[in-house]
Design a protein around this ligand. Structure first.
Ligand code: DGP
Ligand code: NA
Ligand code: NA
Length: 206
């Protein structure tokens, strides 16, 4: 028995390089012969994902709570497949997950962390959250915002402070202000350790 795969999530605010790091991790783990797949939330390709995409690109307006439940439903859409893969020994590298969900939605008025967390209950809980951080100066040196929803510094400050309240033992806070390869090597060390340590354990749930 190969044991189960690890659920590894990359989180952080915009422009910290999550997507680049996730695909480099996938490449290296596969190269080492570790069965690995990459997931990204929101998954804009599914039916809920298409509505979310219209919302994020401002083609459609929806009430805040409706949008949150759609984002959550988008994660739940992948849940059967995630469980199946993890339990069959495949490690998942996930670019954003429930913590982004709660941190972004709760940055809105009249939506508490508690409220936003409820629909996440029962989803597989990450074995490792790699939370990438950048200081203000480093952020300002990266390429500017696009015009998707949420891409403004006032809102993202609230998101960042929400993330601080969601940390638990599974989190590693990583300073992302280094070159891509150096950062990836640092992440890989954490990832390999966790893959090894969860093999004979049961998946846990939010
Ligand atoms: P990207 O990761 O670039 O595809 O952007 C997705 C955007 O959606 C990003 O600004 C984070 C935000 N987001 C992710 N999950 C949720 C959620 O559950 N609720 C809300 N309101 N926003 C989310
Ligand atoms: Na974005
Ligand atoms: Na709020």
């Amino acid at each position: 028995m190969p044991g189960r795969g690890a659920l590894i999530v990359l989180e952080g605010c915009d422009r910290v390089g999550k997507t680049t790091q996730a695909s480099k991790l996938l490449e290296k783990l596969q190269h080492r012969g570790i069965p690995t797949q990459l997931l990204k939330f929101p998954d804009r390709s599914t039916s809920t994902g298409q509505i979310i995409n219209s919302y994020l690109t401002r083609k459609m307006d929806l009430p805040d709570k409706t949008v949150h439940l759609l984002f959550s439903a988008n994660r739940w859409e992948s849940e059967p497949q995630m469980k199946k893969l993890l339990n069959s020994g495949v490690t998942l590298i996930v670019d954003r997950y429930s913590h982004s969900g709660v941190a972004f939605s709760a940055a809105k008025n009249e939506m508490s962390i508690h409220w936003c967390y409820q629909p996440e209950i029962g989803l597989p809980k990450p074995d490792l959250v790699l939370f990438l951080t950048l200081n203000e100066t480093a952020i300002s040196k990266r390429s500017g915002f696009g015009d998707e929803r949420y891409e403004n510094s006032e809102f993202l400050k609230k998101v960042a402070s929400n993330f601080q309240r969601l940390k638990d033992d599974a989190w590693k806070i990583i300073d992302a202000d280094k070159d891509i390869e150096t950062l990836n090597k640092e992440l890989l060390l954490h990832v390999e350790k966790v893959i090894e340590s969860v093999k004979d354990t049961h998946l846990s749930y939010f």
